[in-house]
Design a protein around this ligand. Structure first.
Ligand code: GDP
Ligand code: IMO
Ligand code: MG
Length: 430
């Protein structure tokens, strides 16, 4: 009864959607376990590009069922828009295929307003959140004041709960941020309308998954964000408000560790980050522009959710080792190797220098992290276009050397190498 987990090893946008799409052809259920519509996962099939925020990337395959698990936070407006958009494009996203956990928490317009107000208030210290209400929704969950998705099939209770919730948040918005606040009646009415459409999607998700596992159905847990955005294992406070790591998959789906088979860490062949916070291998100027791209290609480094230019830098093996450890990774999927074509030399960070001493671990202390300097190993680059490679033997020697180096420096086998955004642009060595 196998469950495989896909997680991001860096700061998100590693290509988890693309790798999930690849693995989804072999599974029966794809399940999201954390985050909300702060995520933006891209799946490319031929000329068609799907950008998914809440619904698991497995939806664009005809086969697997999809679950939004209890660990996720769900804005019903965004979920409904995403369902409609998929249906218009001919993708089946009705309640027989797509399930929403009763225990997932709801995001409201009041959460979004608070996210925006808090970020504005932080000024120069802003986290650079996606402004989707993620932090405030998880804050309500942990302070035991949240609204659970189960209310979506109880419209009267939902309306009362939403009105109370908006009134309470209005007090905060007025007192702390000098805002007018939202109209509780209008917000509640909107939510009752979404409830009419979304109530049919609710399931007892842990039972749903457990039953599937007992029948030997295969499950793929699709992570959002990345290890360094994890509340505990990331670059706190510049993180998201959930647990995108492998442990989060167990809690966020209601399954035990005994069912886990592979834990696949998705690593971009270089490093990117959106939002504020430390980034030891960050590049600037011309080199950064070259890695980021101009925005002419759909895969250039501009945010799927916010459109913001991503910060870019060389691959950091210290980060990969951290991700291997905290997630128990069994393998790596290396993405965007094609973007490195054309560099004479490519740097990979193998350790840090901290106050004159070499360290080989990722420090959890932010002040230490601000002071570290990357220690690079310089590897030879390659000029060939590799987007047509389908076997390791099709790659130039230097590219194969790069993959071997990543495996060695991270202590983990690289079993998937992605050489382009499209489904078939992959070398699979599992
Ligand atoms: P996610 O959030 O981890 O699912 O990643 P995003 O979808 O936000 O960002 C990854 C971007 O890189 C998307 O535009 C993908 O289509 C693209 N992509 C994924 N793998 C590859 C690859 O191997 N090569 C190229 N050129 N683009 C890729
Ligand atoms: P996917 O799943 C990249 C970042 C934000 C910000 C921080 C907190 O597409 O990889 P939040 O809105 O979650 O409170 O923002 O986390 N962030 C992401 N960065 N990819 C994501 O998701 C992200 N989700 C959140 O940019 O720095
Ligand atoms: Mg993304």
């Amino acid at each position: 009864m196998p469950l495989d987990i896909v997680v991001g090893t860096q700061w998100g946008d590693e290509g988890k959607g693309r790798i999930t799409d690849l693995l989804a052809s072999e599974v029966d259920i794809v399940a999201r376990f954390s985050g909300g519509d702060n995520a933006g996962h891209t799946v490319t099939i031929g000329d068609e590009i799907f950008k998914l925020h809440l619904i698991p990337s497995g939806i664009v395959h005809s086969r697997p069922e999809c679950l939004i698990g209890n660990g996720a936070v769900v804005n019903p407006q965004i979920l409904w828009a995403e369902i409609e958009n998929l249906q218009e494009r001919g993708v089946e996203a009705g309640p027989q295929r797509l399930k929403l956990s009763r225990h997932a928490h709801l995001i409201t317009p009041a959460h979004v307003a608070l996210d925006i107000a808090r970020e504005e208030n932080r000024g120069g210290e802003a986290i650079g959140t996606t402004l989707r209400g993620i932090g405030p929704a998880y804050t309500d969950k942990t302070s035991r004041e949240g609204l659970r998705a189960t209310l979506l099939d109880q419209p009267e209770e939902l309306a009362e709960a939403v009105k109370d919730h908006v009134r309470q948040k209005n007090e905060v918005l007025r007192a702390l941020y000098g805002q007018e606040g939202l109209d509780p009646e209008a917000v509640a009415e909107g939510y009752v309308n979404y409830a009419r459409r979304l109530g049919r999607y609710l399931v007892e998700s842990s039972i749903y998954l457990h039953t599937a596992l007992q029948k030997n159905r295969r499950i793929l847990a699709e992570g959002a964000q990345g290890t360094l955005l994890d509340l505990d294992h990331g670059t706190y406070p510049f993180v998201t408000s959930s647990y995108p790591t492998a442990g989060g998959a167990l809690v966020g789906l209601g399954v035990g560790p005994g069912v886990v088979r592979h834990v696949i860490g998705v690593a971009k062949a270089f490093t990117t980050r959106v939002g504020s916070g430390p980034f030891p291998t960050e590049l600037h100027d011309e080199q950064a522009g070259r890695l980021r791209g101009t925005g002419d290609n759909p895969w250039d480094e501009y945010g799927t959710t916010t459109g913001r230019a991503r910060r870019v830098g060389w691959l950091d093996a210290v980060i990969l080792r951290h991700a291997v450890r905290v997630n128990g990774l069994t393998e790596l999927a290396l993405t965007k190797l094609d973007v490195l074509s054309g560099w004479d030399e490519i740097d990979v960070c193998v350790a840090y220098e901290l106050d004159g001493e070499r360290i080989d671990f990722f420090p959890s202390d932010q002040q230490m992290l601000e002071r570290v300097r990357p220690v690079y190993r310089r590897l030879p680059g390659w000029i060939q276009d590799i987007t047509g490679a389908r076997r390791l033997a099709d790659l130039p020697l230097q590219a194969r050397h790069y993959i071997d180096f990543v495996a060695e420096a991270s202590g983990t086998p690289v079993t998937i190498v992605s050489v382009g955004p499209a489904r078939e642009q992959v070398i699979w060595d599992r």
